[in-house]
Design a protein around this ligand. Structure first.
Ligand SMILES: [Zn+2]
Length: 386
């Protein structure tokens, strides 16, 4: 099959005019070449790009769409999640998960970094339309985390034991966030698999840094509200990131999620301690929960590897990477679409270590192809071509 469009982005940048993409029936790229000959070529309006990679989602929370009000702040949000997430039947959860999975697919997603506290998402993972790296998430702000580690191991083993289905299905155990995982628990997770990809909700609210610097603020309210005794915790006088990165071996690639309150000093620390880092932006969720955005111009100036996620439907109105890009462009007009599309495609694939198959239009890869119309408008549309 042969395709061309008004503009083509190959995951790295714009291709010259009159570029033709040749694929086989399975979507494998056979050749990319320039020609003005349109015979047998499907000519698409708008632009053509590789399929998107959503680096941060929680399919298992899909039933919570619209349940938590906007702008509660992260601590207010987290206080509501535990009770609300279980006030639905298994059937309601299952139906919502499947609908969310289809929504991701229709919105041009070819791979997902999916957070799991439970084995609920095994069913959608088995559907085999997208590649999935499941981050089985450990939670426990406890100086003796062995029991909680056992739960995390159980979830990991459930995903690890799932049969392949033609797509890449992978998993690694990860810490939820700096305020919900104790130092001994970080060490156990670190040792679980020495080179596994770690993703962590990082500096999503300023209270997280406050807790690590001085053991003050709203994180303490959250912990005491959950009946957690934090007397073992000694503040480091440094931000969360500058503290917990000392507890993770540099053999792990790390994906920092959110980064709403990350500073230059934090970035310098990450650069010093961790050779492989990715910084995932989830702007719609940030606006939903905290109504604030990370310092994206700083991240660009620092040359960070930026990628994009939607977070869950508990804190987003849709699961659409294109919508996340549109929000970024609206709030940081200096960003150009060339770089935004790279974040959503090749950088996401690199973050999930899937760049040998997806993320860019290159011979031998199977990146998927999406057609985007109305880019730059408030509601651009997307259609999967392959
Ligand atoms: Zn999240």
């Amino acid at each position: 099959m042969l395709f061309t469009a008004d503009r083509i982005h190959d995951g790295k940048g714009w291709l010259p005019e009159n570029t033709i993409i040749e694929t086989d029936d399975n979507g494998t790229i056979l050749s990319v070449y320039q020609s003005e000959n349109r015979e047998g070529v499907t000519v698409l309006e708008g632009l053509l790009a590789p399929g998107f990679v959503n680096v941060h989602c929680h399919l298992e929370l899909s039933h919570m769409k619209g349940v938590v009000p906007k702008h509660t702040g992260l601590i207010g949000f987290l206080k509501q999640i535990p009770a609300l997430r279980n006030s639905f039947s298994d059937e309601q959860k299952r139906t919502a998960r499947k609908a969310a999975y289809e929504e991701l697919y229709v919105n041009g997603t070819v791979a997902v970094g999916d957070i799991a506290n439970t084995s609920d998402a095994l069913d959608v993972r088995a559907l085999g339309k997208m590649h999935i790296h499941t981050f089985t998430e450990a939670l426990g702000f406890n100086p003796a985390p062995e029991r909680m580690y056992g739960y995390a191991q159980q979830a990991f083993e459930a995903y690890n034991g799932q049969e392949g289905n033609g797509k890449m299905l992978r998993q690694s155990m990860v810490p939820h966030a700096p305020y919900s995982v104790s130092q001994p628990f970080f060490s156990l997770i670190d040792q679980h698999q020495p080179e596994s990809i770690i993703s962590i909700h990082n500096q999503e609210c300023c209270a997280e840094n406050e807790f690590y610097i001085s053991k003050d603020g709203m994180v303490r309210d959250l912990l005491s509200g959950m009946g957690i005794d934090d007397s073992f915790f000694v503040p480091s006088g440094k931000t969360s990131l500058q503290t917990y990165l000392e507890w993770i071996s540099p053999t792990h690639p790390v994906i920092f999620i959110h980064n709403t309150f990350t500073t230059k000093e934090d970035i310098d620390t990450a650069r010093r301690l961790m050779p492989q880092t990715f910084w995932c932006l989830c702007p719609n969720a940030n606006l939903y929960i905290e109504n604030t955005l990370p310092d994206v111009p700083l991240f660009i100036k620092e040359g960070l590897n930026i990628c994009v996620g939607t977070d869950s439907l508990a804190s987003n109105h849709q699961l659409s990477i294109l919508s996340e890009l549109t929000t970024l462009k609206k709030n940081f007009s200096e960003l150009d679409w060339e770089i935004l599309l790279t974040w959503a495609t090749l950088n996401g694939a690199r973050a999930l270590q899937m760049q040998h198959v997806i993320g860019s239009i290159e011979v031998g890869k199977q990146p998927g192809l999406v057609q985007i119309r109305g880019l730059g408008s408030d509601v651009p549309t997307i259609k999967r071509i392959i």
